[in-house]
Ligand binder design. Structure first.
Ligand code: ADP
Ligand code: MG
Length: 341
């Protein structure tokens, strides 16, 4: 397709009994950012690995920068950059050495490799740490170094696989800033994420992936308008009562409800009759003697889009590690802040 740097058609990949990709279609147009948004296990990394030629598909077709992932793998590799959640940084090398090594992998002359390495370190705020071994870097610095490494070869197309997962909010904001700058320079980007806010902020278009398939695609606004109407959000005063409260209100909306046991938040897309459903929710909870800390109607977010489309929440999936659990707490805090505005 003209103007497209990534074209994926009916891609499948099976691991034993698991269909990691079950007929995935995707397109990234030149100079744009596509966010591939989905929970753990949705097939995001498998997609990126196939597009980066690290893994062969079982069936279907994919091209990147005009190169077929199977037939033109070698040429394809020189057109792309890849960075991700599990930073490919050598801990024993300094920041500068890490990037120089990447330059050498691209067969750059030594002086050019060094020049590009210094440029990247400067740009990513790592110049003063360039002589330190990567093992002394913070998580955010490692991700920046990893992202920097993906740019040394000046790729036309960049793949970022969950670039900010597990980072603290400040490092995440810093990385978003860098990613935005990259895109302004014309790099085409496929970004995978579990964070709706990340997709909302960075992506021109969002493909929602679940079970190895794209289940919805569009701009953030288009996706939000799919939810239709409003969302009822409430918080129980006593978190021990969250399940009982959810039971009382769950049938009120057309779709499912999202329950956050940690914060006591219950979220329920309600369609068009927001005020009526709000009143009914209050009545039912009162009858159950559940005490509320807060209840309100609000406009849909991408979280709600995901819930409406899939019947489950992105971040309610089992996640790997404490950093992830901390994230859902952060999200709740963010929500609270949004609500307080
Ligand atoms: N190498 C593998 N061997 C077996 N199963 C795998 C392998 N890689 C991925 N899977 C499975 O495929 C599905 C999709 O995984 P993945 O693409 O890593 O999802 P995501 O990156 O969205 O979390 C999951 O069910 C995962 O367990
Ligand atoms: Mg992954």
């Amino acid at each position: 397709m003209e103007g497209s740097v990534v074209v994926v058609e009916q891609l499948t990949k099976r691991f034993g009994h698991v269909w990691a990709l079950a007929g995935l279609d995707l397109e990234v147009r030149q100079g744009t950012v596509v966010g591939l948004l989905g929970p753990n296990g949705a097939g995001k990394t498998t997609t990126v690995r196939i597009l980066a030629t690290l893994l062969a598909p079982d069936s279907g077709r994919a091209t990147v920068a005009g190169f077929d992932v199977v037939r033109d793998a070698e040429a394809l590799r020189s057109a792309i950059g890849l960075a991700g959640q599990f930073a490919a940084v050598d801990e024993n090398l300094t920041g500068l050495e890490n990037l120089e090594m990447v330059g050498r992998l691209y067969h750059l002359p030594k002086a050019e490799a060094r020049r590009r390495a210094r440029d990247v370190l400067e740009r990513f705020g790592l110049a003063s740490a360039s002589g330190r071994t990567a093992r002394t870097y913070s998580g955010g610095m490692r991700r920046r170094l990893d992202l920097g490494a993906s740019l040394v070869g000046r790729p036309q197309v960049l793949f970022l696989d969950e670039p900010t997962t597990g980072l603290d909010p400040r490092s995440r904001l810093g990385l978003w800033e860098i990613i935005r700058e990259l895109v302004q320079d014309g790099t085409s980007l496929l970004l995978t994420t579990q964070y709706l806010e990340e997709a909302d902020r960075l992506a021109d278009r969002i493909a929602v992936i679940d079970g190895g398939k794209v289940i919805a695609e569009g701009t953030a606004d288009e996706l939000k308008s799919r939810v239709g109407g409003e969302v009822l959000e409430l918080r129980v005063a006593d978190r021990a009562e969250v399940a009982r409260a959810a039971g009382a209100v769950i049938g009120l909306g057309p779709g499912g409800a999202q329950v956050d046991n940690a914060s006591g938040d219950i979220t329920l897309p309600v369609g068009s009759d927001g005020p009526g459903i709000l009143a009914e929710a209050v009545r039912r909870l009162d009858a159950e003697a559940v005490i509320l800390a807060d209840i309100q109607l609000r406009r849909p977010t991408l979280d709600d889009v995901f819930l409406t489309l899939t019947g489950h929440a992105t971040e309610a999936e089992p996640m790997d590690g404490d950093a992830e659990r901390a994230t859902s707490g952060r999200r709740s805090r963010r929500r609270r802040r949004e609500r307080d505005r």
